[in-house]
Design a protein around this ligand. Structure first.
Ligand code: MN
Length: 328
């Protein structure tokens, strides 16, 4: 999905801008962000957090829905641009139709991974299909690309089958990276893990972790106990680095959570609207090119093939210079 905010903040440095090299446990609450536009949908955003800009290269996490689609036009996000990131579209309920400027036309379903690598620039649209299931619930995640790869050609991949790890009372679907000897087919550009963990009612289990990674758990539903800490819906439990495994448990109704982790991302990042760059002037140039492409010019953002309608205009830039942030 797009960041549809009309007045997007630059991301603020501070707080846990320092990576915790030792295991820690800190619960960060989500903030509700109105996406604006014709549908005033609220999302629960945990990354970037004022106290935690990134977890590994994971730099954006929005949890949205469940939204009842009966009598509503459903999701309709017109073509909009991205740079310097990968988008991970992960649905819990419903379906989304993805179209992009590299010619992809993909129906996304729960349990399937759509991974779009923006590289130097891509545009995409996301809409509800013609006869959608009644409810939509999903997570939109972004992964920052490192300097070595962020100017690459854009790409899209769809993985309908992903490895599943079953241990104790939990079942983990491996979205990206490696877990318990399994490897996801998804392409990553930094050492990274993402897994969707479903806990049985009153179930518990341990997942092996890479000690060099920092990790966090995003609570999605039900009661999830992360290393002894009860996490409420849409909160993010930051765990630091240095863990060899993680204990997860659920209450009598079961629970569901996302495990996110990776090698701490140490490059400066500047995120504004749907762009990830490195400095103010670069973001201004991306915005200028996007606006030119909306006027029909050939730019780094090619047209979204097969989409009939107007593209999303970029918001106005703030009057101050945007400042990058870095973690140490
Ligand atoms: Mn998008």
């Amino acid at each position: 999905m797009s960041n549809l905010e009309r007045d997007p903040d630059e991301t603020v440095a501070g707080g846990l801008a320092t990576v915790s090299v030792a295991p820690t446990r800190r619960v960060l609450e989500a903030r509700e962000v109105p996406l604006g536009g014709t549908r005033a949908m609220l999302v629960r955003r945990t990354l970037p957090h004022r106290d935690l800009p990134t977890v590994g290269a994971w730099c954006f996490a929005d949890d949205y829905g469940p939204t009842e689609l009966a009598g509503s036009p459903g999701m309709h996000v017109p073509p909009h641009p991205h740079t310097g990131l990968q988008t991970v579209t992960w649905l819990l309920e419903g379906e989304v139709h993805h179209q992009d400027s590299v010619g992809s036309d993909q129906l996304v379903r729960p349990g399937q991974l759509s991974l779009m690598t923006a590289g130097r620039g891509i545009a995409h649209a996301e809409t509800s299909p013609a006869d959608p299931p009644p409810r939509l619930r999903g997570v939109q995640l972004w992964v920052a690309l490192p300097e070595s790869d962020r100017h690459m050609a854009p790409a899209f991949e769809h993985h309908p089958e992903l490895p599943v790890v079953r241990t104790g009372g939990l079942t983990a679907t491996l979205i990206i990276g490696e877990l318990a000897g399994e490897t996801s087919p998804a392409t990553a550009y930094t050492p990274l893990i993402g897994a969707d963990v479903v806990l049985d009612p009153a179930g518990a289990g341990r997942l092996p972790l890479e000690p060099a990674f920092e990790h966090a758990v995003l609570a999605l539903s039900g009661e999830v106990v992360v290393d002894g800490e009860a996490a409420t819906d849409a909160s993010l439990v930051y765990l630091g680095c240095g863990r060899r495994d993680l204990a997860l448990a659920a209450g009598p109704a079961g629970g569901r959570a996302l495990l996110l982790g990776g090698a701490p991302f140490s490059e400066e990042l500047l995120m504004w609207w749907n762009f990830v760059g490195r400095d103010h002037d670069e973001i201004v140039a991306f915005r200028t090119e996007w606006e030119a492409s909306r006027g029909g010019a050939a730019t780094r953002f090619a047209p979204v093939s097969g989409y009939d309608g107007a593209a999303l205009p970029a918001p106005e830039l703030p009057s101050v210079r945007l400042r990058p942030r870095i973690r140490r």
